[in-house]
Design a protein around this ligand. Structure first.
Ligand SMILES: C[S@@+](CC[C@H](N)C(=O)[O-])C[C@H]1O[C@@H](n2cnc3c(N)ncnc32)[C@H](O)[C@@H]1O
Length: 231
């Protein structure tokens, strides 16, 4: 990985903001991801994220922290939070912004235990594909303290397959419709494609139940998105 995501965050942090990230998926055209969005304050966050932050308790793990906006908010409220990310740029920016406990680490390598585990901005994306969901959920369960909870958001992206007549062009022989290839480019450079998973609530709930986690719908967003609480 070229870590273009991290490079973009570093540029923004270093007052060198001249371009946004461009994203594209296997089922959608190019879209812009404005860098300031990744540095959002609590007031600028979607309701789902604000709700998730309000539900944080005890020792918190912010998985895939990006620029550290959620961790920074929690820390400012006196909450004990650890942030992890696999992007060197993201980890560096999160540290520079003042988050005290940040590590360059993949979720599956995390071994501490937590009262709250936060996965935000399509948190299920980190699971990458349907075949890996149980492995990730089992790991999250393992690092969750008794009476703890996991707060995760995602979207049902079935609407992206809808045609003008209101029908769907889902290929029933293909895998789950939320499994996408995700492409990031930044300033004329293209990163290696990665797998990114969107899960509808019912599918997430089934997967949770199969590994012995309960899954509760906390809040629905304005565009097929939702926040779930796993315990
Ligand atoms: C969509 S961004 C979200 C960033 C941040 N949570 C936010 O809401 O602004 C996803 C982040 O997850 C990180 N990531 C992807 N896979 C990961 C993994 N297995 N473990 C930890 N972080 C991961 C990426 O590097 C990226 O920073």
């Amino acid at each position: 990985m070229k870590d273009l995501f991290g490079k973009a965050l570093l540029d923004y942090q270093n007052k060198n903001y001249t371009a946004d990230l461009i994203t594209e998926t296997s089922i959608s055209d190019e879209d812009t991801l404005p860098l300031p969005y990744l540095f959002r304050t609590f007031d600028e966050m979607p309701k789902l994220e604000q709700k998730a932050l309000m539900l944080c308790k005890g020792k918190v793990l912010d998985v895939g922290c990006g620029a550290g906006s959620h961790a920074l908010f929690l820390q400012s409220k006196g909450i004990d939070v650890k942030a992890i990310d696999i992007s060197e740029g993201a980890v560096s920016v999160t540290k520079t912004r003042g988050v005290k406990h940040v590590e360059l680490k993949a979720l599956l390598d995390e071994t501490d235990s937590f009262d709250t585990i936060l996965l935000l901005m399509n948190g299920t994306g980190i699971f990458q594909e349907m075949g890996a969901v149980s492995k990730y959920l089992n790991h999250l369960k393992q690092i969750l303290k008794p009476n703890g909870h996991i707060l995760i958001d995602s979207s049902d992206i079935k609407y992206m397959y809808e045609d003008e007549d209101g029908g769907f062009w889902l290929d029933m022989n293909a895998g789950y419709y939320g499994e996408l290839d995700y492409f990031i480019s930044y300033k004329d450079e293209k990163d290696i494609p990665m797998k990114w998973l969107y899960l509808d609530f019912d599918t997430l709930k089934l997967a949770c139940n199969s590994v012995g986690l309960s899954c509760e719908l906390v809040l629905e967003g304005e565009h097929y998105d939702y926040l779930a609480k796993l315990s």
